[in-house]
Design a protein around this ligand. Structure first.
Ligand SMILES: Cc1ncc(COP(=O)(O)O)c(C=O)c1O
Length: 450
């Protein structure tokens, strides 16, 4: 390992960072996070803070999860890699598929297809949806519906169903045949409504209208995050997902739940679909499945799809998708240990309890600081949206957002800013004291930016 001067001198010089402008990163290099323990991270200057970001919504069990580390180390000794392409497999991935079928039994999901991360999981789910209809003799069902403000990763399929222009414009043209419905958002929506149930009803009505216009027999699937994450932690009304499920069923459209963030407890329920009492046809997972220690994901498949794929004699019935690292034994070993730890610690219950404290704290900040236009969240996915004028909801300046971020960091908490949103997604093992550290750091941040 080179010395600290070398690291500082070369920071952002020879790499382009994801979701960033390469020139801006050279001019203003990122913080170097050098160590982590529990729910804390420490930078190369020795400054230690509570990680309000949880890595990137993924380090749910924190940074000192010994069983996951031990499982990875042991697996590297036993079998560091072997392919799961047709003809070979490994014991860890067999056990993991069994455990996931138990874990997601309540969601009706009985099969897994393994990937290397969230974008892969979305890509596979979109493909399986089209293939399902082809195998059932409805080859024209190729279109997708999604929500504005939804985030579904960066592959071409995922970017096509993404509901944020930032992830689309530079890479267009994207997949044809994608329709976006309004975001289920009571703070900003096209109707000027604040009643979540009415907003949900309007979105469902728009969905029905579009289905009638386009033809149900042209539509493969509707994809949504149970709670929209990267788009600014938008919590739909509890009626939305059940309404969309009903419409999908009525018209033979598959429902894909993108649970890359929400699976494994973050919302306070073990899955976001379960939170809203819905069984999806396909569920995309990744991130916390290995506690973020190994790049890994799983598409979970509902029992309803199983017979079509497993008994079809069609030449198209094989799943001709997959990755070199699908079912990686080290990832599978990490996931087995992570699943066991998340259940042992009941992190979903802690996310619900600490999330309620966090949201109360954020609402207190809204009462105190005019810069906060909205405070929202579910479980341990929370957000404050910064505005320069509460009446008009005009966005806060870039400078104000940057001040909140820097001052919060110097006062003890890493948070994530995305446009004018300050997003909080800490490890699910957070304590009440850690919640208060994040709130008081944000309080200092908002004071500095006032
Ligand atoms: C809901 C959702 N889907 C997909 C993705 C993409 O996952 P990855 O970054 O692992 O490719 C993300 C990442 O944040 C996500 O939040």
């Amino acid at each position: 390992m080179r010395d600290a001067n070398f690291i500082a001198e070369n920071n952002a010089k020879h790499m382009w960072h994801p979701m960033s402008h390469a020139g801006e990163m050279r001019a203003n290099p990122p913080k170097v996070i050098a160590k982590a323990d529990g729910v804390h991270i420490t930078d190369d200057q020795g400054h230690r803070v509570v990680d309000g970001v949880g890595g990137l919504w993924n380090v749910n069990l924190g940074y000192s999860c010994a069983p996951v580390k031990a499982a990875i180390a042991a697996q590297l000794d036993d079998l560091p890699y072997y392919s799961t392409f047709r003809g070979t497999t490994n014991p860890q991935v067999i056990e993991l598929s069994y455990e996931l079928a138990q874990f997601f039994a309540e969601d009706g999901l009985t099969r897994s297809f393994f990937t290397s991360g969230g974008s892969d999981s979305v890509e596979v789910a979109l493909r399986l949806a089209r293939q399902y209809h082809k195998l059932r003799g409805q080859p024209e069902r190729v279109k997708f519906f999604a929500l504005k403000k939804g985030y579904h990763g960066t592959h071409f399929g995922g970017a096509s169903v993404n509901g944020n222009a930032n992830f689309r414009r530079a890479y267009e043209p994207l997949l044809p045949g994608v329709t976006h419905l309004p975001a289920p958002w009571d703070y900003r929506n096209p109707w000027g409504l604040t009643d979540g149930a009415e907003i949900a009803r309007r979105i469902a009505q728009d969905f029905e209208d579009e289905i009638a216009f386009q033809g149900a027999d042209t539509i493969a699937a509707f994809i949504m995050e149970p709670v929209l994450g990267a788009g600014g932690v938008i919590v739909p009304h509890e009626s939305l997902m059940p309404l969309m499920r009903k419409i999908c069923d009525k018209h033979g459209i598959l429902l894909i739940a993108d649970e890359v963030i929400t699976a494994f407890g973050r919302t306070g329920a073990w899955s976001g679909s379960r939170l809203w009492g819905v069984q999806p046809d396909l569920m995309c997972t990744a991130k916390a499945i290995t506690n973020g220690y190994f790049p890994f994901g799983a598409v979970m498949i509902h029992e309803k799809l199983v017979e079509t794929f497993e008994t079809s004699k069609s030449a198209m019935a094989g799943v001709f998708s997959g990755y070199t690292y699908s079912g990686h034994p080290v990832g599978a070993a990490a996931a087995l240990a992570a699943l066991s730890e998340m259940k042992r610690l009941d992190v979903a219950s802690n996310a619900a309890a600490r999330g309620a404290e966090m949201l109360a704290g954020l609402q207190g900040l809204k009462d105190k600081h005019a810069l906060v236009g909205d405070a929202r969240g579910k479980g341990l996915m929370c957000c404050i949206e910064l505005v320069s004028d509460r009446e008009t909801k005009a966005p806060a300046s870039k400078e104000a957002v940057a001040k909140v971020y820097e001052a919060a960091y110097s006062h003890g908490a890493m948070v994530r800013t995305s446009a004018t949103n300050v997003i909080i997604s800490p490890p699910l093992i957070l304590s009440s004291a850690d919640v208060q550290t994040i709130i008081s750091a944000l309080d200092a941040g908002l004071t500095a930016a006032a």
